[in-house]
Structure formats: structure tokens, C-alpha cells
Design a protein around this ligand. Structure first.
Ligand SMILES: C[S@@+](CC[C@H](N)C(=O)[O-])C[C@H]1O[C@@H](n2cnc3c(N)ncnc32)[C@H](O)[C@@H]1O
Length: 483
């Protein structure tokens, strides 16, 4: 047992008997099976279950509280080395982290605020959970972490997200009573992370914890103010320290009696919250929260609760920053341009862009050589909020032609029926390393054409451009050479 782990767990002495404490220590040092969540925007869980375990020799066990989640008990190779991982067909994520997005109830097209979203595990989950019909404001105050957030949302194939980089504390007064769903996956001490899964293994000082608690209180207040009456707020942390969990909920309940409640969640793990941290006694309803002790649930330590805003509360709004959508450099494609592009892609790639735009109520925008598809509602509501990214990269201009993006193709994969060329096994291996193919496979297409490559099972491998005797590899840089 590492000294750091024992020292970290001293904090739990008042909450657990010595026997439980040693079971917790033992659980935290046991290797934990990796877990993944299927991207139901791209494939059904049933189809994924019928193929991937067979192809990759995985032994899987469903995550009980997440229909798209599996723990992988045995795997022939790391989960991050498959084609499906590279193309955003699944997200590698601790099973416990799959809980928060599942706590929200169903909704057709919710307005969602994810206050502390980077690197995007739960934003991608929310996008799939609501079939990308909602609008997600995915925010994180760490500018350095926005790159990963953007990249994960693109890889996942999400149209309906706007990425922003503000302190989450501001949203309650910028957007009072606006959102149907607010997720606060709060910055926390993370001290019951499993050491073997790369968690931060250090003791948290009392001073540091007090600062974290203040930030959590302020962020939860902001989440609550930003939720519309009747809306839901999920508060989650990856620590089991009650000061950062039940106490934060208790603070909000005391501040707004009758305007917010912690709800019991049907079907959630039977893992009640604590009534006390050993010093204070909490509102008894915080027991409706879910506290995943690693020694009881075989996951990382995790805490989550669903709150409902019951009534409107007075808020003094603050003026929010504004940057007109036009100032982002985006220009709308005209109707005629959209019609032409739809016709071109239909005849060459077999893809019905017009139908996709209509079904998902998307509009097409160009910035320099890039083409983005963005939900109209997202622009109408939040388009003038300064942001780092909006919508999905849908295409790019190449020598005067607009070709579909890798992200768009992986989102709709089999709907791109045309211009697909099958590579043999040796070519696939080179291709996935990011190499060009020389000589180019015989295709009959003229030079300059961008074709879609697939393997012998029909899985999309990326776009390639025919240039003389060479097939140029257009895999995005983040995918190239990944295996
Ligand atoms: C637990 S992580 C979020 C993980 C993320 N939800 C996911 O599922 O991938 C907490 C995040 O809070 C961010 N953060 C810290 N202070 C914040 C603040 N005041 N406002 C918004 N985000 C903050 C951190 O940068 C960090 O990315």
C-alpha cells in the first residue's frame, strides 16, 4: 500500500470502520478493468455488441447504470488502438463517470449547460443521450483544456455543441433560468481516484480543500440559477470527501428552501449519500445522492446527485460578453450553393446532405476553406456568445471543390455509399499509419478526385486523394499513425 494512498484515506477515518477503510484501500489498489461507452450517434449498442467483442477478443460486462457502457474484462490490445476508437465510435471512460449523464431524464431537444466540460467525456455522453437534438453549451474555464474538448466533440460527430472558455461561476447571472439540463462535473480533490488509473496521488491540504469547496459552492449556485424552473441539475465529483459532496448540496438546499430538491433516481445504484461529515448534520434528502464507494461498487470513487429546480428565484442578471456571429468570420452558404453541394455529394458520394440538414435543422457556414454545419437553434440562442467552436466541421475546400470532412463521413458512414474503394490488408496497415499509397489502387477515377477508403469488412478508413500514381492520405492529424 503506498504511503500516499494511506495518507489520503486518513480523511475517511471518521466515516468508515477500520475494516471498511482497509477494504477501500484494497479496492483502490486493485487494477480496474477499462471501460468504454458506445457512440449511439454512429452505431447501435446491439450492433457494436455483435461485432467488436468478436473482432477484438473482448470479454465485456455491461455497466449496470449506462445502457451504452461496458467494462472490458479482457482485451487483446489497448482499447485506444482500434479503428472504432480513432473514428469516435466509442469513448474510453471509467464506468463511474458514465453515471452523471444517465441521471438526467428524457427530453426531446434540451438546452444543456455543461459548466466544467473539458475534456468532454460527459458532453459527448449528453450528445448521444439526446441524439444530438439538443444544444449543449460546453464550457470550461481552462483554455488549455479546450483543445481536447473541441477535438473530442468533433471526433464524436456532434453538431449541437458550442465550446466556450469562461469561469462557470458567471453563467447563472448571464443566463438566468435558461437551461433544461445543467451538468456540473465539478473540479474536486479527486482523492479517491484509483492510483492505477492515473489519478492524482497526493494528499489534499485543508486549505486547498476549503478553496475547492468554495469554488464548488459558487459553481453549483451558478448551475442552479442557470436552470429553468422545472429543470434538472446534476452535480458530480470524483471524490468521496463529504465536504465536497453532500455539504455542497446541503449549502444550496439551505440557501433556497423550497426552490430546489435532491431527487431520488429510479434505477440508480443503491448507494445513499451521507447524513453527516462527522461534524455537521446535512439535510436528510442529501441521502438521495449516489455515492459510489470503490469497495462496494468496483468502480472509481464517485459522487453524483440529481437536483430539480422547483421554483423561480430572483436573480440580478449580469451583462454577458457579446461577439456578433458575423464577427466569427462565418458566412452562410446561399440556398443555391447548398443545393449544388447536395446534388454533387449525392451523385458522387451517394450522401443526401439536404436530408441531413433538414432532419437536424442545420445550416451551413463557410470560414476560409472550412465548412461547418451548425444547428439553427444554437446560433439563434448562443451564436453571439464568444466561443472557441460551434457545430461540426462538415467539409473543406480543395482546389475549388468542397469535399466532405472526415468527421461528417464517420458520423454518417454507411450513408456515404459512393466512391468507396476497398483496400487489402497490407494497404490498410500502411494507410492507418498515415502513409500515402504508391502505386495508388486502381479506381478508374480521374486525378485529383477524393475517394473514400474502406477495409474488406466495409469499415470506412479515411479519405484519399488521387494524385498521379499516388493516393494521398487525408486522415486527420490526430488519427494518423495512431495504432
Ligand atoms: C472533473 S473535470 C471535468 C471533466 C469533464 N466533465 C469530462 O467529463 O471530461 C473538472 C473541470 O473543471 C474545470 N474548471 C475548474 N474550475 C472551473 C471554473 N471555475 N469554471 C469552469 N470550469 C472549471 C477544469 O478545468 C476541469 O476541466
Amino acid at each position: 500500500m503506498s504511503d500516499t494512498l494511506s495518507a489520503r484515506l486518513q480523511h475517511y477515518r471518521q466515516l468508515l470502520s477500520p475494516a471498511e477503510l482497509s477494504r477501500l484501500e484494497a479496492a483502490l489498489t486493485r487494477p480496474q478493468p477499462p471501460a468504454l461507452r458506445v457512440n449511439t450517434l454512429k452505431i447501435s449498442v446491439e450492433e457494436a455488441r455483435a461485432t467488436w467483442p468478436l473482432w477484438y477478443g473482448w470479454e465485456i460486462e455491461p455497466v449496470p447504470f449506462c445502457p451504452a457502457g461496458w467494462q472490458v474484462l479482457r482485451a487483446g490490445q489497448p482499447l485506444s488502438q482500434t479503428l472504432e476508437y480513432e473514428h469516435g465510435y466509442y469513448y474510453v471512460q471509467d464506468a463511474a463517470s458514465m453515471l452523471p449523464a444517465e441521471l438526467f431524464t428524457a427530453h426531446d431537444a434540451p438546452l444543456i449547460l455543461d459548466l466544467a466540460a473539458a475534456p468532454g467525456g460527459k458532453s459527448t455522453h449528453l450528445a448521444s443521450r439526446y441524439a444530438d437534438r439538443g444544444v449543449i453549451l460546453a464550457n470550461d474555464s481552462s483554455v488549455a483544456r479546450l483543445t481536447a474538448l473541441r477535438s473530442n466533440l468533433q471526433t464524436w460527430g456532434v453538431f449541437g455543441a458550442l465550446v466556450t472558455g469562461f469561469p462557470g461561476e458567471r453563467f447563472g447571472r448571464w443566463f438566468p433560468e435558461t437551461f433544461d439540463r445543467v451538468l456540473l462535473d465539478a473540479p474536486c480533490s479527486g482523492e479517491t481516484f484509483r492510483p492505477l488509473s492515473g489519478g492524482r496521488g497526493r494528499v489534499v491540504s485543508e486549505r486547498e480543500r476549503a478553496a475547492l469547496c468554495l469554488r464548488q459552492d459558487a459553481l453549483l449556485l451558478s448551475a442552479f440559477l442557470a436552470a429553468r424552473p422545472g429543470g434538472e441539475i446534476v452535480y458530480a465529483t470524483c471524490t468521496l470527501a463529504p465536504e465536497e459532496d453532500e455539504a455542497v448540496l446541503d449549502g444550496l438546499l439551505r440557501r433556497y428552501p423550497g426552490a430546489v430538491e435532491v431527487e431520488a433516481v429510479e434505477g440508480a445504484p443503491q448507494a445513499p449519500g451521507l447524513m453527516t461529515d462527522g461534524v455537521r448534520t446535512f439535510d436528510p434528502t442529501v441521502q438521495r445522492a449516489i455515492r459510489l464507494w470503490p469497495h462496494l461498487f468496483q468502480t472509481a470513487g464517485f459522487f453524483a446527485a440529481r437536483l430539480r429546480k422547483l421554483a423561480s428565484v430572483p436573480v440580478e442578471p449580469d451583462e454577458r460578453p457579446v461577439r456578433p456571429w458575423a464577427a466569427t468570420g462565418m458566412t452562410a452558404l446561399s440556398r443555391a450553393e447548398v443545393a449544388r453541394l447536395s446534388a454533387d455529394w449525392r451523385s458522387f458520394y451517394g450522401f443526401d446532405l439536404g436530408a441531413a440538414l433538414e432532419t437536424l435543422e442545420l445550416t451551413l457556414w463557410r470560414r476560409e476553406r472550412l465548412l461547418f454545419a451548425v444547428p439553427q437553434r444554437l446560433i439563434a440562442l448562443f451564436g453571439d456568445l464568444p466561443h472557441a467552436a460551434a457545430g461540426l466541421l462538415a467539409g473543406q475546400e480543395l482546389d475549388g471543390q468542397i469535399i466532405p470532412s472526415h468527421e461528417l463521413i464517420t458520423r454518417f458512414d454507411r450513408a456515404f455509399t459512393g466512391a468507396r474503394v476497398t483496400l487489402d490488408e497490407a494497404q490498410v496497415a500502411l494507410w492507418r499509419q498515415g502513409r500515402d499509397l504508391r502505386p495508388a489502387p486502381a479506381t478508374g477515377y480521374p486525378a485529383g478526385t477524393v475517394i473514400l477508403l474502406q477495409d474488406e469488412c466495409g469499415r470506412f478508413l479515411g479519405r484519399g486523394r488521387l494524385l498521379g500514381d499516388r493516393l494521398r492520405n487525408l486522415l486527420p492529424r490526430r488519427v494518423k499513425g495512431a495504432p
